[in-house]
Design a protein around this ligand. Structure first.
Ligand SMILES: *[C@@H]1O[C@H](CO)[C@@H](O)[C@H](O)[C@H]1NC(C)=O
Length: 120
């Protein structure tokens, strides 16, 4: 059974009154470093989540301690609080429940000292 959000995502076409959210895929994501996610379309405010590609129930909501909460902007910058070598993607849900999704990227190792501090 599809959730209503997935259903909307699957059938999302730009018909009258429906504005699809298009999420850009970041060039890279490094564990415990900032990444900026940008998108277009949809209606503010937006909720951004980072999702484990292999387990879509494993998400990190944008409003947790690493993130400032729903935004009216068309981008967010947040720490990639995710272990290296996982594939992740981002979803952006708008005020009407439209969900946009980026492509997957693999979280890279962070070569700096204290590189995994953000996971503690
Ligand atoms: C993010 O959004 C803000 C406010 O709309 C804008 O000023 C800024 O240029 C945007 N940054 C990027 C990287 O798109």
């Amino acid at each position: 059974m599809l959730s209503s959000n997935s259903l909307v995502f699957l059938v999302c076409v730009a018909t009258a009154g429906v504005y699809c959210v298009t999420v850009d895929t970041p060039d890279s994501a490094v564990m415990c470093k900032d990444v900026t996610i940008t998108w277009s379309g949809g209606v503010a405010p937006y909720i951004v989540e980072i999702v484990n590609s292999e387990d879509p129930t494993d998400t990190l909501p944008f409003n947790d301690r690493f993130n400032p909460g729903p935004t009216n902007d068309l981008n967010v910058t947040h720490i990639v609080a995710w272990e290296a070598n996982y594939d992740v993607y981002w979803t952006v849900t708008d005020a009407q429940g439209e969900v946009g999704k980026s492509a997957s990227v693999t979280v890279q190792e962070n070569p700096e000292p204290g590189e995994d501090e953000c996971l503690n």
